[in-house]
Design a protein around this ligand. Sequence first.
Ligand SMILES: [Zn+2]
Ligand SMILES: [Zn+2]
Length: 195
Amino acid sequence: MHVIKISENNVQLVMQSVQFSEEKDYEFLNDLWEYVLFSKNVTRTLPMCKICSGKGTFEYEGLGGIKKVGNGEMYIPITEKEVYVVPDILFHYFYSHNAIPTSTFRNAVLHGHKPDTNQYRKIVREVYDSNGKYGILWKSIRCSYCGEIFEGSISFRISKHKGNVRMFRENFFSKILYGQRYVGVCLKCLHYSRV
Ligand SMILES: [Zn+2]
Ligand SMILES: [Zn+2]
């Protein structure tokens, strides 16, 4: 597997760094959001946005999930043998600052295998495991797919919003309507599981 790890030094591989669009590219953003929801927590320190200097407040919702970006990395297949590893904070640049993706990256996001499919699991398994186990063993919970004791971390909070991805701000109604229900990714089988 050829892994292309994106960092500050090579971000131009995925983002046309000096270009910003007037309009939101929802086709791209919604598909990218699928990878954000599946992203794996790899750090506890939240990065700062270099454009708006925001920190730790980048929470979005879409496709039935709410998630704060900044702690995770996304795994985005380009081909069967090539995968991007991308810090999920980049979602904030694409969504909130309308940064324009490179065409290779946009194509991978739109046409690559999507999280929670067997092809996807096969492609990302190795790279997903290679950065260490950040999951916790939840002895009282079993994975709703494989039935093993759940080991993994929380991926997102369940939301009722099914439309285009958007900014999320907690308020009285979301607290009442959404509650605090979560989904995690099981390290053993790489399926989503209620936790
Ligand atoms: Zn920003
Ligand atoms: Zn499982």
